[in-house]
Write a protein that binds this ligand. Structure first.
Ligand code: HEM
Length: 419
């Protein structure tokens, strides 16, 4: 059982963060994020030990990089810091060969670049422009069916539904079976203590259904004319045409998880943020054109991916510390996005924040998110449709957050829309 199973009992996160000795800090504990208690711990690290070594965690020893400018520096330095899955990939916990699914996010150059290029045409502005009307009309249809005057879970009714629809379209996946994508995404990312899967063997078995299903779609597309969907693009590109089963599954999961959890949690996070900062909600009601500015601020404030890991390829001197070859390095976007040196009143949600676009949520460097324009477009379209319909969507209870230090997200967000 992983150490993350130990619940983090933090009734006063600030007091806890400033009492625990720095050498005992382990900010990778999933419970810390589930309790939304990570903020003061990162604040202290940024101020007192911005390149911090954790000697022991459920994923072994690791470095935490917590300042904005340091994260950008490490993320840009792929010569010294690798993403390769054989060294451990981009998450803290190493996986044994049996449970490793390489994808281009966990590859170094030149393979990374050639595989990324295979699907990049889907995310260019002209290609996305063609999706714009579909996104708007789907968002409108979802919103028009929402219950009035009763409490419902925004995550399931809106965030999950809209992202599932979008993902099915991108992948050319049977639309009526789209909830299977959500299940595979949830299984792929579930913490082993979350109750969804209890062992790597179980996860592996479920993900084989995903592999089999997509191999069926692949076989149909590989012999057909190239089509504008991600499976067809992978099937027709020389760089990805001959992937083995594991890499095929890895890349499918990358696209499913990349396009799903992140956007979903930004959709929920945005509504929560507006409710936590009612003056900003008021400002938006008075000037709905601010949706365009608000979108990057939602993504900064939420930071749907808390960190990405790299592995040092050689000894590196970094800000007075020696990071040794083979060491794990976690770039905490969740902290960099709250760095007061970069963002004034960094914990606050300010819909017209001047420099929100400089956030780190999409990473930086060669692995910078491929789907970022799509994510922004989905949020923009959704919020435009929301503002046409509902002056106020009220969050009426505490959100239930997922148990993960990698993905910052929500299982439940109870809301109510007046009749
Ligand atoms: C708000 C929504 C999103 C956030 C916060 C997000 C975040 C990220 C982050 C942090 C990375 C890694 C960056 C790095 O290592 O430097 C990444 C990579 C990636 N994302 Fe996203 N993402 C989002 C939406 C999407 C969408 C909609 C897709 C489309 C399917 C997508 C596809 C990808 C892919 C394919 C990569 C790998 C890029 C590479 O390794 O070259 N993402 N994303």
């Amino acid at each position: 059982m992983r150490m993350n199973a130990v619940p983090v009992d933090i009734t006063d996160p600030r007091a806890a963060a400033y009492t625990v000795p720095l050498e005992d800090f382990d900010v990778s504990k999933a419970g810390l994020f589930q309790a939304d208690a990570q903020g003061p711990f990162f604040e202290r690290l940024r101020h007192e030990d911005p390149v911090h070594y954790c000697r022991q965690s459920s994923g072994g020893p690791y470095w935490s990089i917590t300042r904005y400018r340091d994260i950008r520096q490490i993320d840009s330095d792929h010569q010294n810091f690798s993403s390769d899955s054989t060294l451990g990939g981009v998450t803290l916990h190493d996986r044994s060969d049996d449970f490793r699914y390489p994808s281009f996010i966990s590859m170094d150059e030149p393979t990374h670049r050639s595989q990324r290029m295979s699907v990049a045409p889907m995310f260019t502005p002209p290609s996305l422009a063609q999706l714009q009307d579909t996104i708007s009309s789907r968002a409108a249809a979802i919103l028009d069916q929402l219950p009035r005057n009763e409490t419902f879970n925004w995550v399931q009714h809106v965030s999950v539904e809209l992202t599932a629809q979008m993902l099915a379209t991108l992948l050319g996946f049977p639309f009526e079976e789209r909830r299977r994508l959500i299940r595979w995404s949830n299984v792929a990312t579930a913490n082993l203590n979350s109750g969804l899967v209890s062992s790597e063997e179980e996860r592996h078995a479920i993900l084989q259904e995903c592999a089999d299903c997509f191999i069926g779609l692949w076989n149909e597309r590989v012999n057909a004319e190239p089509a504008p969907d991600l499976i067809s693009m992978l099937a027709h590109s020389p760089a990805t045409r001959n992937m083995d089963r594991r890499t095929f599954l890895g890349n499918i999961l990358l696209l499913i998880v990349g396009g799903n959890d992140t956007t979903r949690n930004s959709i929920s996070g945005g509504l929560l943020a507006l409710n936590r900062f009612p003056d900003q909600y008021r400002k938006l009601r008075e000037n709905p054109a601010l949706v365009d500015d608000m979108v990057p601020e939602i993504i900064r404030w939420q930071t749907p991916v808390s960190y990405m890991r790299r592995t040092a390829l050689r000894d590196v001197e970094f800000n007075g510390k020696t990071i040794r070859e083979g060491d794990k390095v976690l770039m905490w976007y969740a902290s960099g996005n709250r760095d007061e040196e970069m963002f004034e009143q960094a914990d606050d949600f300010i819909i017209d924040r001047r420099n929100a676009r400089n956030h780190l949520s999409f990473g930086f460097g060669i692995h910078r998110c491929l789907g970022l324009r799509l994510a922004e477009m989905q949020l923009r379209m959704l919020w435009q449709e929301i503002m046409k319909r509902f002056p106020l969507i009220e969050v009426v209870g505490e959100p239930k957050r997922i148990l993960s230090s990698l993905l910052r997200g929500y299982e439940e967000l109870p809301v109510r829309i007046a009749a």
